[in-house]
Design a protein. Structure first.
Length: 211
């Protein structure tokens, strides 16, 4: 799949490194809110400043975060995300599949509470036109693996201009951040005559994340 966002392409080693709730929370926070210190990040990621600092160094070893050029007093180390997002495709071997499955589960866990929190805390504050555009969709389709990959690529291409706005020097009038949660969940049950069924069932899928 093309990479229209300039996301970091995770390696099998960096997939496994990121498959930790605190590390994923750190990276998400830096991607969404910009440079920060371990002390400032700690209350948002559920860890002490010292533990947060250790996880930051581990993420840096895999190229996911880096030192931020921040005009500060130098007493604390500032960090930033190396890119606005990441993506991964599982390796063909069992270890690569296991790493991708582990990261996917951590991502599922962290996203699970977002819709409920939005409905409780944000939706009541929205203006009418924003409420009408918000909501959820649960759609089932019938597609081959190749067709599904094409759909995903088309969605990525459609979203790319809006994702890239986050790095623009000038804000777009009237625009605000919108979170799109996109789950692509193929069934393990296949149509009769699908000769590739046994090959696909049980494989971990590709994924990605950005704030």
């Amino acid at each position: 799949m093309a990479n229209p966002y300039g996301d970091i392409e995770l390696t099998p080693r960096s997939i496994r490194a990121l498959a930790h709730p605190v590390r994923l929370a750190i990276l998400s926070r830096l991607q969404g809110h910009g440079p920060s210190t371990a002390t400032a990040l700690a209350p948002h990621v559920g860890a002490t400043p010292s533990v947060t600092s250790w996880h930051l160094r581990h993420l840096a070893e895999h190229g996911l975060v880096r030192d931020a050029a921040v005009d500060a007093d130098g007493r604390q180390r500032w960090w930033e995300a190396a890119a606005t997002g990441f993506r991964f495709t599982p390796a063909d071997d069992a270890a690569g599949q296991d790493a991708a499955s582990l990261l996917s589960r951590v991502m599922f866990d962290q996203a699970a509470g977002l819709p409920e929190a939005w409905a409780r805390d944000t939706e009541p504050l929205l203006e009418r036109q924003w409420r009408r555009s918000a909501g959820l969709s649960n759609t089932s389709i019938v597609a081959t693996a190749d067709e599904l990959a094409g759909i995903e690529a088309a969605v990525e291409a459609l979203l790319a201009p809006y994702v890239l706005r986050k790095g623009a020097d000038e804000p777009t009038p009237g625009a605000r951040r919108v979170r799109l949660l996109r789950y692509v969940l193929p069934s393990a049950e296949v149509e009769q005559g699908d000769e590739d069924a046994d090959e696909r069932v049980g494989e971990a899928g590709a994924g990605g994340g950005r704030e």
